[in-house]
Design a protein around this ligand. Structure first.
Ligand code: HXC
Length: 520
């Protein structure tokens, strides 16, 4: 064998060694927990044969606690580039088989390298997390590594999409990298995120809680909103990440890919002409309307289990990506509360950052009242949504279906917040508040002054009728140009698409500033 051939053999062997991560025993242990390895995950995520690995031979430099005797090529993370549906992405996948995927300084350097490449080349960065946190033996070096990653998360924010998959532990300060990214996906029963685990919680607060109830996928997807998606299996989680990417552009200077559709633009849906119940307090299902107007009835929901009184997600309309925001009358009557405001505002800001037009479907009775909401700062949180819509410069098309009351009317992408085309169904009611509330405020003294209860009822009904005649229709708003047209519900798909096409070349700016100071 020539010297060159010997060297090639060594390369092949070293590569094979690196691909084994922490060794077969630890790989088996990972499988026994129902988890895939970092490499298996990347194989599922990336197009076949597209993975270009970086830093396969990187080793940690720690010499504390006998670490100089434990070296694994590649250390605890697999990094590189690849394609998903032919589009470039940068990836890192923490390898739990090497020191529990714990973050060493060199590992952070590997992660930072792909993050820098993603930013420089304008491609999404996807991180698959499965780690015991900071590598304890490295002390402050590991913490510094996290700091380096966080700074890159921040600099990349709004420039390239950043997606975090949580496929195992993600605890302590490590949770802040996913929190800084645009979307976080967790896998049920095998992943968890928390600042401190159950043992620390018990010693500090006395509270007894297990890992899953403290920071499992279901908790974060439904209660805290930290996770946008909760998958049943790793395979489903990876498929979800790929699907999400299909709606997104590569970076903030590009448009999302156009997906040709056979669904006719002019398709009408007669069911929509009958969907609004006669009783204004009766709910209907907003999902029906969304599915009816988007291409092929395909709606990719984000945060489906969190703050279900508002619906957000992606769809295509005549092949173009749109972000849909819609109140859900079936949950809490579609009222805006703290969580709904937080959920929708972050989504609106994401869409605006990445050139994805917004389609807003409104049926909102107002903001939720009460001490719980006030103490939790519904004022500041509601202002986030107001701010997000008001600053957004992407095309904004709004359709009011039924109620649009008070502050919530203004917040939900009204004309004055630079809404581009605002339509209303004939069933819409655009007013300061509902008729009962208004009559109570305006006429309660007058009504109480009358002694006969029957007469009281008659006056209240008369005033309510007067109010409804004036406001329980879209024509007052239409007369003043606050909405651009009253449309027949069955034509909504066609009208929204025509509006979006008209707005495709929209250019709008905000005054020059260092950055805004949105009400965080
Ligand atoms: C070094 C670690 C490690 C860590 C795990 N390992 N966590 N090595 N630093 N943080 C190693 C283990 O020694 C073991 O090595 C292997 O990884 C697998 O770990 P196990 O404990 O055997 O696995 P499991 O039973 O599945 O438990 C996983 C675990 C547990 C729950 C993650 O390992 C654990 O509690 N680790 C410590 C978590 C932690 O407190 N991290 C610090 C958080 S604070 P061998 O050689 O046996 O395979 C933090 C600050 C970040 O991260 C700050 C950012 C600003």
């Amino acid at each position: 064998m020539s010297i060159q051939q010997e060297k090639i053999k060594e390369l092949v062997e070293r590569r094979a060694g690196a691909r084994m991560g922490g060794g077969q025993k630890r790989i088996d242990a990972q499988h026994a927990k129902g988890k895939l390895t970092a490499r298996e995950r990347l194989q599922l995520l990336l197009d076949e044969g597209s993975f270009e690995e970086f830093d396969m031979f990187v080793q940690h430099r720690c010499t504390n606690f006998g670490m100089e005797k434990q070296h694994f090529d590649g250390d605890g993370v697999v990094t590189g580039s690849g394609t998903i549906d032919g589009r470039l992405v940068y990836v890192f996948a923490q390898d739990f088989t090497v020191s529990g995927g714990s973050l060493s300084k060199t590992m952070s350097e590997k992660i930072c390298k792909v993050m820098d490449m993603a930013l420089k080349n304008g491609a999404p960065c996807i991180g698959l997390n499965d780690s015991g946190g900071a590598r304890i033996q490295e002390g402050i070096d590991a913490l510094a590594g996290y700091g380096e990653i966080f700074e890159r998360n921040i600099l990349s924010s709004g420039v390239v999409p950043q997606i975090s998959g949580i496929f195992g532990p993600c605890a302590g300060g490590a949770v802040y990298s996913p929190a800084l990214t645009d979307f976080t996906l967790m896998v049920k029963n095998t992943s968890y995120m928390f600042l401190t685990g159950p043992a620390v919680v018990k010693s500090v607060t006395g509270e007894e809680v297990d890992q899953e109830s403290l920071g499992g996928a279901s908790v974060h997807a439904s209660k805290s909103g930290v996770a946008h998606f909760a998958a049943d299996t790793e395979e489903e989680g990876i498929a979800t990440i790929k699907q999400l990417l299909s709606y997104l552009p590569q970076n903030n200077m590009e448009e999302a890919p156009v997906v040709p559709t056979a669904d006719p633009v002019s398709r009408v849906d007669d069911v929509l002409n009958d969907i609004i119940p006669d009783n204004p307090n009766k709910p209907y299902d907003m999902y029906y309307i969304i599915n009816s107007i988007v291409d092929d009835g395909k709606f990719f929901e984000v945060h489906s289990q969190f703050a279900r009184n508002i619906i957000v997600g992606f769809a295509h309309m005549n092949g173009r990506s749109v972000g849909v925001v819609a109140n859900q009358p079936k949950v809490l009557a579609g009222v805006l509360d703290i969580n709904a405001s937080r959920k929708a505002s972050r989504f609106v800001r994401f869409c605006d950052a990445f050139n994805i037009p917004l389609v807003t479907l409104v049926d909102v009775p107002g903001f939720l009242c009460g001490t719980q909401q006030e103490y939790g700062a519904i004022i500041t949180n509601g202002a986030k949504l107001l701010y997000a819509y008001g600053e957004a410069t992407v095309p904004k098309v709004t359709v009011t279906l039924r109620k649009s009351y008070g502050g919530a009317h203004i917040v939900m992408s009204c004309k004055q917040l630079r809404g581009d085309l605002n339509y209303a169904w004939p069933s819409s009611q655009i007013a300061v508040m509902g008729a009962d509330g208004a009559v109570n405020v305006l006429y309660s003294k007058e009504i109480k002054a009358v002694e006969d209860p029957a007469e009281q009822k008659r006056i209240a009904a008369e005033k309510k009728q007067e109010y409804e005649d004036l406001f329980s229709n879209p024509y007052q708003a239409a007369q003043k140009g606050y909405i651009d047209d009253v449309i027949e519900p069955r034509n909504t798909r066609f009208r929204v698409i025509r509006a979006l096409e008209q707005l495709a070349g929209k250019k709008q700016t905000v005054p020059a500033k260092k950055h805004d100071n949105l009400p965080l």
